[in-house]
Ligand binder design. Sequence first.
Ligand code: GUN
Length: 291
Amino acid sequence: MSASNPRLLDGKALAKKILSELKIKIDQFQPKIGRPPGLAVLMVGDNPASAVYVRNKEKACQKVGIATMGQHFTGNATQAELEQVIAQLNQDERVDGILVQLPLPKHLDSIALLRCIDPDKDADGLHEVNLGKLVRSESGLRSCTPAGVMKILKEYDLNPAGKKAVVIGRSILVGKPVALMLLEANATVTIAHSYTSDLGAVCREADILVAAAGRPEMITRDMIKPGAIVIDVGINRVEKEGKSKLVGDVAFAEVAELASYITPVPGGIGPMTVAMLLSNTVQSYAKKAKD
Ligand code: GUN
C-alpha cells in the first residue's frame, strides 16, 4: 500500500488533551491530598536544547497545576552536591517526581545520579528499578518518550501486535525502552544502530519505523516500506537557507509520500514526552491518596 496522503500523528493535539485530563484529575485529588503535585527538575550547565526542554516542561506543569521545584546548577556542580540534593528531594513530601535533565556535563555520572532517585518519584522512568519492571512487563513508571510513542499509536488505533517494528537507536532514553514496549505490545522488534549493516534493507522491512538516532533527516524515502507508520523521535536544530530550523531524524516531505501515518517535527513526539512526564508525576501523586 502506498499512501500519497499520510495521516499526521498529531502529538501536539493529543498532548493538549492529556494535559486537560490531568488537570481534572489533579483538581479531584487535591482536596484529599491537601497540596498540588510537585515535580523537581534538575538541570546542570547551559546546554541550550536542554534549557528549552526544561522550560517547556515547567510551562506545561503550570498549565495543569503541578508545582515545579526547579533547580539549575552551574556546569561545575559536583556529583556529591547533586546526590545530596536528590536525597533531600526524595524525603520532601511535596515532591512527587524528580527529573534530571540529560545529557549532563561529562564529569558527572548520570547513571549513578539516576540511581539515587526514589523509584516511586522517578518521573522519567529511567531508574533501573523502573527499567527492570519494563523488562519484566510489570507496572511501574515508564520512560516518557517511549511511553509517548506508544500512547500516540494507541490514540490512532495502530496496534503493533503482529507487526514488524524497527527502532533505530539503542539509547537508554529512547531506543531500548521503546523496543521493549513494542515487544510488550506483541510487535516483532528489530533494533538497528550505528553498526547495523544495510540499514536501508532493515528499515524497508518495517511496518512501524521508530527513528531515534539523533541524526538530522537520515531516514530517506528509499528506506521506507510503502504504507509504513513512521515515528520520528529526533529533534535536531539545523541551519537551512541561513535560518535555524528544527528537523527530525526523518526527511519528512519525501518520506510522507510513502508512509501511511507519520509524526511531524515539531508537534509530534516532543509534546508527547512532556505529557507523559506530567502523567507520571500525577500517577505518583494520586498514589498518595490511596496510601
Ligand atoms: N533529554 C532529552 N530528552 C529527555 C528526557 O525525556 N528526559 C531527560 N531527563 N532528559 C532528556
